[in-house]
Design a protein around this ligand. Structure first.
Ligand SMILES: C[S@@+](CC[C@H](N)C(=O)[O-])C[C@H]1O[C@@H](n2cnc3c(N)ncnc32)[C@H](O)[C@@H]1O
Ligand code: SF4
Length: 350
């Protein structure tokens, strides 16, 4: 899929500093519940070449129109303000971020923002083989790769595409250009890949990849069609088999990590349903059309695209960001109200 846009025609803007931003308020972004917001998941497209069973519905046509996509200039301007306000990590995501034309150019512009500690990427890896080196050269420091199965037919069944070979080539390319550690995201879909957990553990152990097992979330129509899967029993079982102990992993986020005594195998559990992690949530999500979502499982949001395109000054955007953080809900309600969130993960930026 070729998603063209005119981002590459914009000149690289002059380097951004707090002085030329004209912003002097440096108080950190702390929400009503005392959580410091330091992490943005930045969706650069809501489109994708795959149709994972729990994410984008088959035949979905309601993608955001290109005129609403934030340009690279708009993204850089907004992220500079977020970083100035205390955000230290940005993750490029989507949809499939590698479908956004000239992504390495955007990465290059974000990676040098003063105060940003880490620029990372989540990808389905179908096109990573072609872009891994450029992304690394641009300053992307870590990649997370979705891989739900090691059986090519199961990948086809779960994603709607015969994508296994391309994903494997993407993982190899990421390792070859030196991304480390690489995390593998596996969403457990009962009846499809729940019997593959041990194989995936063996695969990741053998290749030095960090495995993250994820409970499916009831987001959008597709997310709700998946039978819930409680990972606590898997966690107990793997702990016993491998003698696992708690681990601290860079960019750990909501995952609960365990490692073997030698520290050579790490596995994370993302358990939004069986044991949620909202009390330590440090993130917000910006969609490709400039909507800031304060919680994956709630509707609280602020429209930065309209603000920017109606002439807001940097001070106004900073004020809007601080006000937005006040709106961050205490927690999601995936368990109590699984029918609540109609948008799906690829549109919010998972
Ligand atoms: C929305 S994707 C975007 C980045 C990229 N396309 C990918 O798949 O890695 C980010 C992550 O969200 C996860 N995800 C999507 N829908 C989900 C759902 N309903 N429940 C749990 N995880 C989900 C995917 O498995 C992936 O690891
Ligand atoms: S999870 Fe990622 S790869 Fe799968 S459909 Fe959603 S955006 Fe695409």
């Amino acid at each position: 899929m070729d998603i063209m846009n005119s981002d590459h025609t914009f000149p690289k803007s002059k380097s951004i500093t707090s002085e030329n931003l004209g912003i002097h308020d440096t108080s950190p972004l702390v929400d009503r519940f005392g959580r410091q917001i330091s992490y943005v998941r930045l969706s650069v497209t809501d489109r994708c070449d795959l149709r994972c069973a729990y994410c984008i519905p088959k035949g979905f046509k309601g993608f955001e129109v290109p005129s609403h996509w934030l340009s690279f200039d708009e993204i850089e301007r907004l992220m500079a303000i977020f970083v100035r306000a205390g955000v230290s990590r940005i993750r490029l995501t989507g949809g499939e971020p590698l479908l956004r034309a000239h992504l390495p150019q955007l990465a290059e512009r974000l990676a040098v923002l003063p105060g940003l500690d880490e620029l990372s990427l989540s990808t389905n890896a179908t096109q990573l083989e072609n872009h891994a080196q450029a992304l690394r050269d641009a300053g992307v420091s870590r990649v997370n790769i979705s891989l739900d199965s090691l059986v090519p037919e199961q990948i086809k069944c779960l994603t709607g595409q015969d994508a296994f070979a391309k994903i494997m080539a993407g993982i190899e390319a990421a390792q070859a250009v030196g991304f480390s550690p690489i995390k593998i995201n596996m969403v457990i879909v009962p009846g499809a890949n729940d019997r593959e957990i041990d194989n995936m553990v063996a695969f990741c152990r053998a290749r030095g990849l960090i495995l993250r097992l994820i409970e499916p979330m009831p987001i959008g129509d597709s997310g709700r069609t998946i039978t819930p899967y409680d990972l606590q029993e898997t966690r107990r079982r793997l702990t016993q088999i491998f003698d696992l102990v708690p681990a601290l992993i860079p960019g750990g986020g909501p995952a609960y990590y365990l490692q073997d005594p030698a520290g050579s195998f790490n596995v994370g559990f993302i358990t939004p349903i069986s044991r949620h992690f909202c009390a330590t949530c440090n993130r917000v999500r910006l969609t490709v059309d400039g909507i800031l979502h304060l919680c994956l499982g709630q509707e609280a949001r602020v429209d930065f695209r309209t603000l920017m395109r109606s002439g807001a000054r940097d001070e106004d955007l900073m004020m809007a960001l601080k006000t937005a953080i006040e709106l961050k809900p205490e927690r999601h309600e995936f368990r109590e109200s699984p029918e609540k969130i109609m948008r799906f993960m690829s549109s919010t930026g998972g």
